[in-house]
Write a protein that binds this ligand. Sequence first.
Ligand code: NAD
Length: 387
Amino acid sequence: MIEGKMTRQTIRFGVIGCGLMGREFASAAARWSHLQQVNFRPEIIAVCDPVPEAAEWFRDQVPSVRHVYTDYKDMLFNPDIDAVYCAVPHHLHSQIYTDIIRAGKHLLGEKPFGIDQAANERIMAEIASHPEVLVRCSSEFPFYPGAYRLGQWIADNRFGTILEVEAGFWHSSDLDPNKPINWKRRIATNGEYGCMGDLGMHVLHMPLRYGWQPDNVRALLGKFVKERPDGRGGMAACETWDNAILATEVKTAAGEFPMVLSTKRIAPGHANTWFLRVIGTNLSAEFSTKNPKQLAYMPYSPGEEQAWRVVDVPYQSAYPTITGPIFEFGFSDSILQMWAAFCDEIVNRGNMSQSFTCATPEEAALSHQVFTAALESQRRGTTVALS
Ligand SMILES: NC(=O)c1ccc[n+]([C@@H]2O[C@H](COP(=O)([O-])OP(=O)(O)OC[C@H]3O[C@@H](n4cnc5c(N)ncnc54)[C@H](O)[C@@H]3O)[C@@H](O)[C@H]2O)c1
């Protein structure tokens, strides 16, 4: 169905950090016509990056860009900017995010929302002083149609007694020892969390949203590739954790169950595999971006046959689009849907057209508690209770 004319409120954005993710946002904003029945639209009017070539791409590709800055503080003085998307290395999150919030701009910030727990606490304190500013953390995978439907089943209590949950996010490009080092392998820029800070918020977003907060954690962390080419003919030490398996216990009013969370930079064969598996007495279900069309599930009633079903889920996420339901959904679609959720919340607040919001700062803060406890668990070789 082609929608009628709907007035769209423009939200004027500045982008701080014009790298991989900054460009993804620009591409999502450029195809806003994909979305139907939304009364908001982003317009990127300013960008900031100290590297001129990074900002240059925006100058060339994004006609709405009117201001290019090399210092984000200058951008924050611009009164025309309503909101900021910030995608910079982790050691810069605390300073830049707090300055954005203090300037009164709404913020979609990239995970992990601070390089460590102390940095995250500074961001949370600034948020508390500016309740008028909407702050959210980027996490797009719950907007895949299969994940979105799985989330609705959790919200509707369809699983019965939960027996176990497993959630993970696996990459594999670091299997190649010749891949040059980058900021994600260094503690100073990525943080001691390593792969947990890099990938962990993605894994925790849905569990935390549905109240599955780890009570304690036993971590098994691994460093496998010790050094990498430094890009100047030499080798540089890799300092951060490559892989993490966190065995946690969840204790809710409805019951207790184990939840295994894994984040891996070296999972052979996995390019960007995000998955969630929920096993319950009435229903079990699993979604993985490895098979992005498919949702596997097994309803069960006592005495009935136990048979898994696999369905090709239609292209139906949080916000309706012009794409026909038979077509496939992909990474850039999930980014578009996440952006719609952020803009919807800025414009419509409690009256969003659907209720799944982007990850909240409180969820990001909980993820820091999990990662900090995981580091302690690894150091001590024991299970650590979350404070
Ligand atoms: N949501 C996702 O799926 C996803 C995927 C990848 C990365 N990320 C996150 O996005 C953030 C950025 O990662 P990336 O992969 O885009 O990195 P990137 O290295 O591709 O880009 C970072 C950009 O920030 C710029 N920058 C550095 N200092 C700056 C400053 N002071 N002011 C403005 N810009 C500055 C760099 O020049 C670079 O262009 C990180 O927090 C990362 O964890 C999220």
